[in-house]
Write a protein that binds this ligand. Sequence first.
Ligand SMILES: [Zn+2]
Length: 74
Amino acid sequence: MEFIYNGKPYKYDHDFGPTYPMDAAEFIFEEGNYSCDCNRSVLIRSKYGNVIPELDCGNIIEMKDLHVIQTKNM
Ligand SMILES: [Zn+2]
């Protein structure tokens, strides 16, 4: 997926592990914990560093191109 903050895109992938339910992964980003700026800003900073501030709760950070994929167990 891509997060958009201040007009800038930040590509982000999140691995929940192979046993995590797909609908739960979708839900957490669309309506759950990761739908909130406070958590999204932490996710972006965990990958890109101090490129954006740690945000309070809100919905400034947009998300697009959410794709949930199931990786097969080998
Ligand atoms: Zn929050």
